[in-house]
Design a protein around this ligand. Structure first.
Ligand SMILES: Nc1nc2c(c(=O)[nH]1)N[C@H]1C(S)=C(S)[C@@H](COP(=O)(O)OP(=O)(O)OC[C@H]3O[C@@H](n4cnc5c(=O)[nH]c(N)nc54)[C@H](O)[C@@H]3O)O[C@H]1N2
Ligand SMILES: Nc1nc2c(c(=O)[nH]1)N[C@H]1C(S)=C(S)[C@@H](COP(=O)(O)OP(=O)(O)OC[C@H]3O[C@@H](n4cnc5c(=O)[nH]c(N)nc54)[C@H](O)[C@@H]3O)O[C@H]1N2
Ligand code: SF4
Ligand SMILES: [Mo]
Length: 874
């Protein structure tokens, strides 16, 4: 057995992971106690990493038009298509769409090939959907895309404002760190700004439940308040900034009542926030997708940054605007220059910068202007202008707005290459050529996390099938195009050295992103590289950027950016808010395969306010439909009083692989921020209606059930197979008839029970003594067996007995709360009734909350509501 340190491939916290490898298998992962990001902690997704490796669902060989081909043939085909397309239609007709989940080495070679050697700047990334408003705001304010904070600032600040961030679920290890810091310093105040009451609000001293999209009012009003209450740091403003007078003039006399009214807030609460902010020097504002994913996202980020600049609360311990990154290497991608409006290594498109990069690369075919940003790029493909598109490590058919437009783009584009580790994704379905990429654990490289720490991801096991690392695939194509001398990398270490050298090239302090000192690493030093925060300059000056009040603008001053707040207009019944669940990662290509990660939330659901639901005649668990002019989604109703009237929340994780009509992008228009190009993924409008259901069903199957044609279905992985819920307008008998074919070839020996009068149909089939499927249909969903029991079917003996009395077989543990120890709500409520009155006591009794801690907010909520019930009863 060997032990190896690596980095988690999910969120931008960038936790260090220690993997135990036995032979060709990763048998266990634990947190790396020495890593600065997590000091040993992992959340439930990180803990389950070993379970995502292996063959299941993996793309194992290159496939051209659905047929297996050799790598040699695949590389040849790409090189030929690129050459032909450029010859016939010009370099603007080719594009690459990359991802913040690539490693910096992958990203570097892709960017270099496109921008220096193929003459196309059409290389953009899913970071456009994720970080680009923060990037644009940093550049406007600081002159360079610099995140001036580290996690230590979250420990030391006295006021933490969390805007549009549900860190309890999305950056769990950082959230636990904040929880611990608040415990150490009970005077530390936390304000959460979010239209939804989220798990993160659990630690908030104040939750400002604003109207969707109204953040710029809050922060413009705040700047005004700071000005009117002598809270501006006049000296800092005079020495290090420009633009404050213009900005105050643009805001005008935006008073507290107007702000409160525009944001739907209580003026007393707003005032409380403003005075805390005015009076707390050590303030950090941590912001995330609630502000970035907006048609005015860049302005919102600048509205936040403006308040920090005006108070001089930046570049010092415990203070600063902190855009926390989403993907594991969203930050590294920005360093490499993977966005279409960046060139490379934090350089843009001035003639001097183009010249510098051209000389460094010795590039023959250098671009001279930015390329198309993601949404425009797909629109251009839909319009027939992009003829060759290479998509890598992202699933745009699910994640870009306006799925129909994206589908048209993928269909119309003449040649689509998709590099992925998963065989079946909504995007891969449209590929002409599919390339098997080596995922986490099978490849080597580096990632940069939210606090600028560069860490190694290390290869733990050999690639599955014929999978290859992305950097190598791109390099092979470059070499096949006759560019060997420029792309002659023996290993990722060589790519990293070149990337580091470019960052230091003719830098002399002109760019904060400088890791020039790492350009000399030997292969062995790269292999053993410890996590390191940039800058890492050759002159040993590794002082934190912006600490000296020097900015990377022409005059060295930061810009306080004038802006006028705007509100998105609601049409239709209900606004659509979208975001993440605790235990799933994006389109679930990896997390969706791990049974225990589907326990917290199982089937595709839509959360709405209970009163809105009642108005539409819906109760918990009913089937609802949200529809607008773009499309429709259907999901089970979840009642959530934390969602304000007139709003809804739809998780982003479901694709056509896991549900029907569960893709929220079908409701999101392709509206983008004019500065950053980031789509407004958090805001849309739709009408809500109940969907009549005559038949509910649960199907356990060894293989995924093909349920196409059923009104609603949604599937999770369970031990030994899959569990699919179905709902349909037809009677159980008709649905059984319809499913016959899907289940037909799996039937070996079948036992069935049918009570036709009540529409109660049950059937179990087996093969060699193992269940191959079990089907339960009924007009009343409460008459179906419980999920907990259905999830154990793989271990049960098939036969008659299984079809009777199932609901009493095993007590339902209720909604899954703690995924680490598999503890359900019913058990927790029982333990509370038996006297467990704190999170710690519940942990002692049931172990819940004692591993990753992600469920602690929910444990507290249950403790609170049980306590309230007791009080009410008393
Ligand atoms: N479990 C899990 N963790 C993840 C990921 C994952 O897929 N799963 N993905 C990672 C990635 S790539 C990213 S980018 C991050 C995202 O991390 P977050 O930004 O924290 O996550 P989201 O759930 O997308 O959205 C955050 C919050 O924005 C709120 N919001 C919506 N509209 C508004 C508004 O107008 N104003 C304000 N103030 N708030 C609003 C939503 O209600 C939501 O609670 O998560 C990372 N971590
Ligand atoms: N409505 C709405 N839309 C959103 C968001 C939202 O909040 N609301 N959030 C946006 C944000 S912030 C983000 S980051 C995006 C995320 O959206 P996507 O990037 O589309 O989501 P993923 O499912 O992570 O896609 C990654 C793909 O890469 C594959 N993969 C994994 N590892 C590797 C590898 O090493 N190499 C290769 N070649 N492939 C690999 C996976 O199997 C998967 O298919 O979604 C965006 N879309
Ligand atoms: S918080 Fe969880 S998902 Fe994020 S890096 Fe750490 S272990 Fe991975
Ligand atoms: Mo993201």
């Amino acid at each position: 057995m060997k032990e190896c340190n690596t980095t988690c491939p999910y969120c931008g916290v960038g936790c260090g992971v220690r993997a135990e490898v036995e032979g060709a298998k990763v048998i266990k992962v634990v947190g790396d106690g020495d890593h600065p990001a997590n000091a040993g902690r992992l959340c439930v997704k990180g803990t389950a990493l070993a379970e995502t490796l292996g063959d299941e669902g993996r793309l194992l060989h290159p496939q051209l038009a659905g047929e297996r081909v050799s790598w040699n043939h695949a590389i040849d085909t790409i090189a030929t298509k690129i050459r032909q397309t450029i010859e016939t239609h010009g370099p603007e007709s080719i594009a690459m769409y990359l991802s913040g989940q690539l490693l910096s080495e992958d990203y570097y070679v892709a960017n270099k090939l496109m921008k220096g050697f193929l003459g196309s700047a059409n290389v953009d990334t899913n970071s456009r959907l994720c970080m680009s408003s923060a990037v644009a705001a940093h550049k406007r304010a600081f002159g360079e895309d610099i995140v001036p904070c580290t996690y230590a600032d979250l420990d030391t600040c006295d006021l933490l404002v969390m805007v549009g961030s549900n860190a309890a679920w999305t950056h769990p290890v950082v959230y636990q760190r904040i929880v611990a810091a608040k415990k150490d310093n009970p005077d530390k105040r936390i304000v959460v700004i979010d239209p939804r009451r989220t798990a993160t609000c659990d630690i908030a001293d104040l939750h400002l439940q604003i109207k969707p999209g109204s953040d710029a009012y809050v922060f413009s009003g705040l700047l005004n308040h700071l000005q009117n209450n002598s809270a501006i740091d006049e000296e800092y403003v005079a020495r290090h900034t420009r633009g404050l007078p213009d900005t105050l003039a643009a805001i005008g006399d935006l008073d507290m009542d107007t702000v409160a009214e525009s944001c739907g807030l209580d003026p007393i609460e707003l005032n409380r926030f403003y005075s805390w902010y005015a009076n707390t020097d050590r303030t950090v504002t941590m912001f995330s997708q609630g502000v970035k994913q907006s048609a005015t996202g860049t302005d919102k980020c600048n509205a936040i940054i403006n308040c920090h600049l005006a108070t001089g609360r930046i570049g010092k311990s415990g203070a600063g605007p902190f855009s926390i990154t989403g993907q594991p290497n969203a930050m590294g991608g920005r360093e490499v220059g993977g966005l279409a409006n960046q060139l490379a290594a934090h350089m843009d498109f001035s003639p001097a910068e183009i010249d510098r990069v051209q000389r460094f690369w010795e590039a023959p075919d250098m671009i001279d202007a930015p390329g198309l940003k993601a949404v425009d790029l797909f629109q251009a493909a839909a319009d027939g202008k992009i003829k060759f598109l290479w998509i890598m490590a992202t699933n745009p058919a699910v994640s870009l707005p306006d799925s129909d437009m994206v589908k048209r783009a993928l269909e119309r584009c003449e040649f689509v290459v998709v590099s992925d580790c998963t065989e079946q994704t909504d995007t891969a379905t449209h590929a002409d050529l599919l390339l098997p990429a080596a995922p986490w654990g099978e490849k080597d490289g580096t990632v940069t996390n939210s606090e600028r720490v560069i860490s190694r991801q290390r290869k733990l096991v050999a690639p599955t099938g014929e999978a290859r690392p992305d950097w190598q695939i791109i390099t092979d194509v470059a070499q096949r195009l006759g560019l060997k001398q420029y792309f002659d990398y023996p290993n990722p270490a060589a790519v990293f050295r070149e990337h580091a050298a470019l960052s230091g090239f003719e830098n002399e302090g002109s760019r904060a992103f400088d890791i020039g000192a790492l350009a000399q690493l030997s292969d062995e030093e790269y292999a053993n590289m410890e996590p390191i925060r940039w800058p890492v300059r050759t002159n040993d000056d590794d002082s934190e950027p912006l600490a000296d009040g020097r900015f990377y603008t022409a005059d060295g001053r930061a810009k306080i950016v004038p802006l006028v707040p705007e509100l998105p207009q609601a049409q239709n019944d209900i606004t659509v808010n979208t975001g993440r669940l605790r235990d799933q990662w994006h389109s679930m290509t990896r997390t969706g395969r791990v049974p225990r990660l589907s326990q917290h939330r199982d089937f595709f659901s839509i959360s709405v306010n209970p009163e809105d639901a009642a108005k539409a005649g819906l109760v918990e668990g009913d089937l609802a439909q949200l529809e607008n002019s773009l499309g429709m989604v259907r999901g089970l109703v979840m009642l959530d009083p934390g969602i304000a009237r007139g709003q809804s929340f739809i998780p982003i994780h479901w694709s056509e692989q896991f549900s029907t009509l569960g893709k929220v992008s079908q409701l999101i228009p392709a509206v983008t921020d004019p500065v950053s190009g980031q789509p407004q993924s958090k805001f849309s409008c739709a009408n809500i209606a109940a969907v009549p259901v005559a038949c509910w069903g649960m199907v356990f199957s060894k293989d995924p059930l093909q349920a196409e044609g059923i009104d609603y279905w949604s599937r999770i992985a369970v031990k030994g197979g899959y569990l699919t819920i179905i709902a349909d307008g037809r009677s159980p008998a008709r649905v059984a008839e319809f499913l016959k074919q899907a289940l037909a070839d799996k039937k070996q020996s079948v036992s069935a029970y049918s009570d036709a009068e009540h529409g109660d149909l049950r059937e179990v089939s087996s093969n060699n003594g193992r269940i191959s499927h079990a089907l339960f249909l009924h007009p009343d969903r409460n008459a179906l067996p419980l999920r907990a029991w259905l999830s154990t079917l793989a271990d049960q003996t098939p036969g008659w007995e299984l079809l009777a009395g199932f609901s009493s077989e095993r007590p339902d543990t209720g909604k899954m709360i703690c995924s680490c120890w598999e503890v359900g709500e019913t058990e927790i409520v029982t333990a509370i009734a038996a006297g467990a009155s704190s999170v710690e006591a519940l942990g002692d009794a049931l172990k819940c909350g004692t591993q990753c801690g992600s469920c602690i907010p929910e444990l507290k909520a249950i403790l609170y509501s049980e306590d309230e019930q007791i009080r009410n009863a008393g």
